[in-house]
Design a protein around this ligand. Structure first.
Ligand code: BMP
Length: 452
């Protein structure tokens, strides 16, 4: 058995923990700084570390090992050599060519994978890794971390059902160093003070209020949408995916008071007419909601412009908001008019979607730069400058047979800090769409307020 304390003292000599004044990535001033990368420069310590980490998991139940890039990669490799359990490698970004896989190595769907992390703070990089590993069909049950900064990450992962095993907490480290005269009492007190007042847990950071988001937004449609949300105490967008104009008009009259916008797929209508659009516009005005055409443009700019302005629907004449992919690159968005709010598709709700983390990041970059874009459709949080629209919301179903995956309003508000929920079949297919619209509006508002 390797002595944990001796291991820590030897590692300390490599300079893995420094005390002083450090500015962390989050901007916070910290009295200590941890960097476990130097451990890889000592083969004997890396070997000891791998043995200690393997011992942490009392009842091993995994067929694969994966390290969170980059610091934990050598640790995971050493554990794989020690245990003879195969390693898989998670990329930070895909190669951009070839198979574009995010996970490298040989594995089969359904296998369980042990995740290895060097230092855990808020758990953000672990959550990203878990998402990608699970997206490939692998299961994550156990996570082993070398050092817990005790700033909320482990609790958050436990809440989600992951079992986190830690070799050291920062308190252990401080106690060991103090006991061995490597830290003075004054320094210990300073560190403890810092730890008591600095929980970085991502769940604890409150979201921005609609009023605050309105201040950040320049686009008039974004401001209008947020004003309606505040006025109506609603963040509900009803997606009326029905095929006859009379059904849309009827539903719009009945549920218009409870929604901020009605989302349409105009190209599924069998009887579109200009009269219908005029009538819908007047209902929207009377009931104070916006018209959101979910056209999902996805072509070169020139074609998108023709689809936007011409054809029988003439979307540019009446829509307040439209959706567009960014697959054709940033210039393809320039064709939309200034007075229409563009919502880009950064991440889709369907199973097996190709909109992985790298795609989403690129879509966000394009969206943040373009003044016509007010927000994105996504299934995870966005920078505060963009509004988050989340479809795939349903209180009674987990999904359909065609790939849709549903979440509850509670989940999308608590976990993603969404701004607007988009509900389709949950409302228009129900026996009582008015009651359901009221229910989704209440739930959406309740969980918005709960996360403030
Ligand atoms: P429903 O709640 O019935 O699954 O409808 C969801 C609506 O949101 C549909 O109109 C669909 O086209 C749209 N949507 C989605 O479900 N997932 C996405 O990622 C993007 C969407 O626009």
């Amino acid at each position: 058995m390797i002595d944990k304390e001796k291991f820590l003292l030897k590692s300390y000599e490599l300079g893995i923990i420094k005390f002083g004044e450090f500015t962390l990535k989050s901007g916070i001033q910290s009295p200590f700084y941890i960097d476990l990368r130097p451990l890889a420069s000592s083969p004997s310590l890396l070997k000891e570390l791998s043995e200690l980490l393997l011992e942490e998991i009392q009842e091993p139940n995994y067929q694969l090992i994966c390290g969170v890039p980059y610091a934990a990669l050598p640790m995971a490799t050493a554990m794989s050599l020690e245990s003879e359990i195969p390693l898989i490698i998670k990329r930070k970004e895909n190669k951009g060519y070839g198979t574009k896989k995010m996970l490298e190595g040989i594995f089969t769907v359904g296998q369980t994978c042990l995740l290895v992390e060097d230092v855990i703070t808020s758990g953000k990089s672990l959550f990203e890794t878990i998402e990608e590993v699970e997206r490939e069909g692998l299961k994550v049950k156990d996570i082993v971390v070398v050092l817990d900064r005790e700033q909320g990450g482990i609790e958050l992962l436990n809440e989600k059902g992951y079992k986190v095993h830690k070799l050291f907490s920062i308190q252990n480290v401080i106690d060991i160093l103090y006991k061995n005269n490597l830290l003075k009492e004054k320094e210990v007190l300073k560190i403890k003070d810092f730890l008591n007042g600095n929980s970085l847990a991502i769940s604890k950071k409150p979201r921005l209020k609609y009023e605050e988001k309105k201040e950040l937004q320049e686009h008039p449609v974004a401001k209008k949408l947020l004003s309606i949300a505040i006025e109506k105490k609603s963040n509900l967008i009803a997606s009326l995916d029905v095929t006859h104009t009379s059904e849309i008009l009827d539903l719009a009259k009945k549920i218009g008071d409870y929604v901020v916008a009605i989302k349409l797929h105009t190209d599924i209508l069998t009887d579109f007419s200009v009269d219908y659009i005029n009538e819908l516009k007047s209902i929207a005005q009377e009931k104070n909601f916006l018209l959101f055409e979910d056209r999902k443009f996805g072509d070169i700019g020139n074609t998108q412009q023709l689809q936007f302005e011409l054809g029988i629907y003439k979307i540019s004449d009446w829509a307040d908001l439209i959706t567009s992919h960014v697959i054709a690159g940033e210039n393809s968005l320039n064709v939309f008019s200034e007075n229409i709010g563009v919502v880009t598709i950064a991440e889709m709700s369907s199973k097996g979607t190709l909109t992985d983390v790298t795609y989403k990041q690129k879509a966000i970059q394009i969206s943040e730069k373009n003044s016509k874009v007010i927000g994105c459709v996504a299934q995870s949080s966005l920078p505060d400058s963009l509004l988050l629209f989340t479809p795939g919301v349903n209180l009674d179903s987990k999904g359909d047979s065609k790939g849709q995956q549903f979440n509850t309003p509670e989940k999308v508000f608590r976990e993603y800090y969404t701004d607007f929920i988009i509900v389709g079949r949950g409302i228009y297919k129900s026996a009582n769409p008015v009651e359901e619209a009221q229910k989704y509006r209440e739930e959406g508002w309740r969980f918005y307020e709960a996360t403030l």
